[in-house]
Design a protein around this ligand. Structure first.
Ligand code: HEM
Length: 195
């Protein structure tokens, strides 16, 4: 266990880097499944960047968790970073949401690495949990972050931008889906009667 402000600064810095990476990954994921992946970019490019950003987020998450656990100023045990709400005393609600976000990120990442061995429906059902993970991460940031709680405007602006960008991308995607359904309604194949 180590004391001193260095780990604390590192924890806060990595937190914001992950939030940014996680947001970009989510936005690219939405664009990559949109059929017209950001008009100028081929879909395989969007998907490759999406995948690599996701893997980078996992590495940064390791640093974020390690700095929180090693810092003796707060009492956070390594298993509390993996299992939410098990005996944590430091801001348990908000820490638990960070843990939940981490678990969801891990499940989504592992199933994506095993994608070729899974049924597409099952993989997709797990993959949409990434949205819940992103929401949990934003709530964790708002509830536990020193910078947000002390009213640092750069921190508030960063979180507001992340929320705005994801909300706009999801709204755009839903709008396109609705438009596609209206212009290309699914054909209903008539069922032949037995007689
Ligand atoms: C996807 C998952 C996560 C994301 C995106 C994330 C992101 C962030 C962000 C942006 C902050 C705010 C920094 C600040 O304003 O000072 C923060 C703070 C913090 N996070 Fe996470 N985090 C995640 C998971 C975790 C996990 C699993 C732990 C458990 C060890 C954890 C422990 C902490 C602690 C202790 C702080 C408070 C630092 C302070 O005193 O300001 N985080 N996190």
């Amino acid at each position: 266990m180590i004391d001193g402000p260095f780990l604390w600064y590192l924890n806060r810095g990595t937190g914001f880097v992950i939030l940014g990476l996680f947001t970009l990954t989510t936005v690219l994921g939405v664009l990559a499944t949109g059929g017209r992946a950001g008009r100028g970019l081929p879909r395989f490019v969007t998907q490759a960047v999406h995948r690599n950003l996701a893997l980078l987020s996992v590495v940064m998450l390791g640093a974020h968790v390690a700095t929180a656990v090693l810092d003796s100023y707060v009492d956070i045990r390594w298993w509390q970073a993996l299992v939410p709400y098990v005996g944590s005393t430091y801001l348990p609600l908000w820490l638990g949401l960070g843990t939940l976000a981490l678990d969801l990120v891990l499940v989504v990442t592992v199933t994506s690495l095993l994608r070729t061995r899974m049924r597409h429906r099952a993989w997709r059902a797990v993959h949409v949990l990434a949205y819940a993970g992103w929401v949990a991460a934003v709530a964790h940031t708002l509830g536990i972050g020193t910078d947000i709680r002390t009213g640092a405007s750069w921190a508030q602006l960063t979180v507001a931008t992340c929320v705005g960008v994801v909300a706009a991308t999801v709204a755009l995607r839903l709008g396109r889906l609705a438009l596609d359904r209206r212009t290309h309604p699914r054909r209903v194949v008539p069922v032949r009667s037995a007689s």
